[in-house]
Ligand binder design. Sequence first.
Ligand code: SD4
Length: 317
Amino acid sequence: MWGMIATWRMAAEGITKGAEILKKGGCAGDAIESAIKEVEDFPYYKSVGYGGLPNEEMEVELDAAYMDGDTFDIGAVAAIKDFANPISIARSLSNEKVNCVLVGEGAEKYAHKLGFERKNMLSDRAKAHYRKRVKEVKEQELKPYIGHDTVGMVCLDASGKMVSGTSTSGLFMKRKGRVGDSPIIGSGLYVDSEVGGASATGLGEDLMKGCISYEIVRLMSEGVHPQRACELAVNKLNEKLKKRRGEAGDLSLVAMNNKGEWGVATNIEGFSFAVVVEGKDTEIYLTENINGKFVHKLATQEWLDNYMKTRMAPIEE
Ligand code: SD4
């Protein structure tokens, strides 16, 4: 059995490409890297890779991570600028025994030395979003950051190897140097090929408070089904945050175990995700939280059409 699961509809083309690799017996690392690169390269997704939304200084700082579930090798970059594919840099770092998590300039130097592609990641469209948001924040007391779309994936290949990866531009208008959960092992992602993996999207500052990807894998290691593990972990963290802090930020999680069974849970409305398993085509679902139980419904054609339309619509400044 092989399979891939990923946060948000935007990952669908990526995991379809990844599935082509898995079908031919390719390895999970190659599949996930190619899948995440696809999302990073698509200019209309505004919180991953090229076209990602900038920080408050109007600079695109990117976070990404890669974890190997066989060896527990980890690699991550945070607040890296001007490189096309942070996931590839993170994967490359996972081959290092030490110095495998790098930030800012150090990450850029490493990527430069290894010959990774440089690119100005600030698109004209992202600049327009920035200008618009600056205006809105002034006029309407909007929180600068609303809506989020980090890509997080878990992949199982036919040999039983599992990997997990993330890539994001983080929160729109984040402070320069801010690091979210996505490059933090255990929070944004975790994977153990003997059990399964999980990956997160949402408000990094709150996701980190529960080490939530690790928690889901831990639950799965006790024999809990991925769906139940996601539900238990998300509901528990959501409740704790509300009780202790009065509110909980967005928490959305996807998971897959080493049999290709998967699960998803969220505390927001309209969370979408994409999944592909051996014997099936890529499917896109929307998750509804009904009293703490989750119902996954296949996205309708109308929803899919509208998704692309809104992503690509001109920005009215
Ligand atoms: C972060 N978790 O940097 C990321 C943001 C995110 O979808 O998920 N966006 O906090």
